[in-house]
Design a protein around this ligand. Structure first.
Ligand SMILES: C[S@@+](CC[C@H](N)C(=O)[O-])C[C@H]1O[C@@H](n2cnc3c(N)ncnc32)[C@H](O)[C@@H]1O
Length: 229
């Protein structure tokens, strides 16, 4: 069961009673998504077209921000997002992201179009943004596509330690393009260690309000990805 809550910047999030955790920072859902995934992830890489892989589609806030950003910057984005527990439309309709982010009716419709999109195939949401929703469990999923940016937005490691393992990071690293990056809000010592052991170079960056730091993990330019099967 999920409950809608208002966060510090006025944007909403969900509290999951199953996981005992919020979907975003209570200090500001929108601010967290913008800082961790858009500014320090998407915008850090100047690649066009760019492929993003999100861990945990959830409310779709990161996907929505990415789509609007792609439109504004005339950049082409292929977006893959994995989700084991898709949210129902009635709860999604209680979130205020469209009100806060969309100035035009067409931009409001993007949010619904993303959630109504079929799973398991690429769907053109706008002329610059295609969405491929993967309904699967990350713990038994092995990506068979390459990508440039990973938004690692799982529930915290004390709630879901099985999502933050060296083996999962290694799988993500293998299919990441050279120079690609992974960003996450989590800076815990054992998570940094798991990322490093998977091959990533990591750097700490200033975090969003309420979180002093965040992480960006990178793959060197000379490290080639595995080729999709
Ligand atoms: C912190 S929330 C994600 C927030 C999301 N990025 C957003 O902007 O709303 C973590 C997400 O991971 C999903 N999740 C939990 N376990 C999973 C698993 N084993 N495989 C894939 N997704 C999972 C949850 O259902 C939830 O949507």
């Amino acid at each position: 069961m999920n409950e809608v809550r208002v966060t510090g910047d006025g944007s909403t999030t969900l509290f999951s009673h199953t996981f005992g955790e919020h979907y975003h920072s209570v200090f500001g859902a929108l601010t967290e998504s913008k800082t961790v995934f858009i500014e320090n992830g998407l915008q850090f890489l100047h690649k066009d077209p760019v492929t993003v892989f999100e861990i945990g589609l959830g409310t779709g806030l990161n996907a929505y921000l990415t789509c609007l950003n792609a439109q504004q910057n005339k950049r082409s984005v292929s977006y893959y997002a994995i989700e084991k527990f898709p949210l129902e439309i009635p709860v999604l309709s209680l979130l205020n992201y469209q009100v806060l982010l969309a100035t035009e009716e067409a931009d409001k419709r993007i949010f619904s179009a993303m959630h109504e999109a079929e799973w398991g195939k690429p769907v053109d949401i706008t002329s610059s943004f295609s969405l491929f929703k993967i309904r699967a469990d990350l713990c038994s999923f092995h990506p068979e596509f390459n990508y440039d940016v990973v938004y690692f937005d799982a529930f915290a490691p004390d709630r879901q330690p099985e999502m933050w393992t060296k083996e999962i990071f290694r799988d993500l690293y293998h299919m990441l393009n050279p120079g690609g990056i992974l960003t996450t809000y989590c800076v815990k010592g054992d998570i940094k260690r798991n990322l490093k052991e998977a091959g990533f170079r990591i750097e700490k960056l200033p975090g969003p309000p309420g979180k002093r730091e965040m992480l960006r993990a990178s793959k060197d330019e000379n490290q080639h990805p595995l080729v999709p099967r």
